[in-house]
Design a protein around this ligand. Sequence first.
Ligand SMILES: [Mg+2]
Length: 398
Amino acid sequence: MDQVKTIQDYPILLENFGLAAMSELFDDWVVYRSLEPVDRRLKGLKSARVQLGLNIDGIPRKLDDAYAQVALWMFEKAQSLRRATVDEIIFIGDTLSGDGKAYQNLHTLSQLPGSCFIGNEQADQAPLYSKDEATGIFSANRWSSLADWLTLEKGSGLKLDKNTVVVVDMDKTTIGARGRNDKAIDSARLKGLYRTVGNVLGDDFDAKLFETHYDRLNRTKYHHVTQDNQDYLAYMCLVLNNGAIDCVDLLASVDNGDIETFPQFVRYVETCIVGGGRVSETMRQAHTAVHTSVQAGDPTPFKSFRRQEFLATLEYMNNLADETPLAERLNREITITQEVREATLWLRNRGCLVICLSDKPDEASAPNHPSVRDQLPIHRAQTHSVGVSIADALAALG
Ligand SMILES: [Mg+2]
């Protein structure tokens, strides 16, 4: 795993602002991968399919044109619940290729005034921000530049009022700020993954081999099979780790192109298991669950992994004492990004609709299975909020 910067070479003066929860910013205006909003007053993809006459299979992902269609439709419904309209759309995220593109799609479709902030903290570099006028995307290497962005956009005429929709990304933006605390999110996911695989394989689990397979299959070269989908990747590594599956040439078949898609991989494993017949009952169950979900076209087929990721994510929130040094906290705890918190609260106070759109699978975010029903959803769980206060700059803006 990459090394996280220590506080010694971290010239940004970060502070711990105590406990908070994302629901303070969003209430239940949170939409996970299923595109069905947590707030049940707001209709989601199922209704949008009918009303928009969407002719698409499965659930659109953040980069798809259909995603923008559904999102814009939801914004209009949400605003009508608040007796407001959609006159402006602004976006806060952490990836140019993901959030930036999603914003551009929304902008192209709606033709509304707006802007997008992309943060990726690089504390070892001088503070830098710039706006690409062609795309409307403002990029910054400090999360505190959210204040510079809002100052600029308010100055250039955005109203930022009740008819403004503010879209905020969750992972590595609202929590686990990219460039600052994002490795904690990856650590939680890996912990969930290792626990899942450990549960299936027991003493036979070879962590070293798992890591080798994971690093290998995570490369661009294999994206046609993995689709850069963590469920696919996790399941493939599980199968490859399982010595009892009598398919020595499985990885070779992926390498030489005999297996070209993930469903093909799953079918191949099916024939190996049926033919071999020596796998454990837990492995057979894990495989059957994935196989069934894949056949149903589910983009998140490895449910047991996502449930463990959900639990591990909660375990990485508010898991360290208040006095824990910040460097250690940023390594080991998923924190709320104070700058995003202050910016969205400021926008909310101005009357904007603040809504969180996340690509995170619902299973990894909320207790939607009986085995985890006592847990809080991620957006309602408390953790420490860390960052640089931009309250003064925002107060000066009005
Ligand atoms: Mg993100």
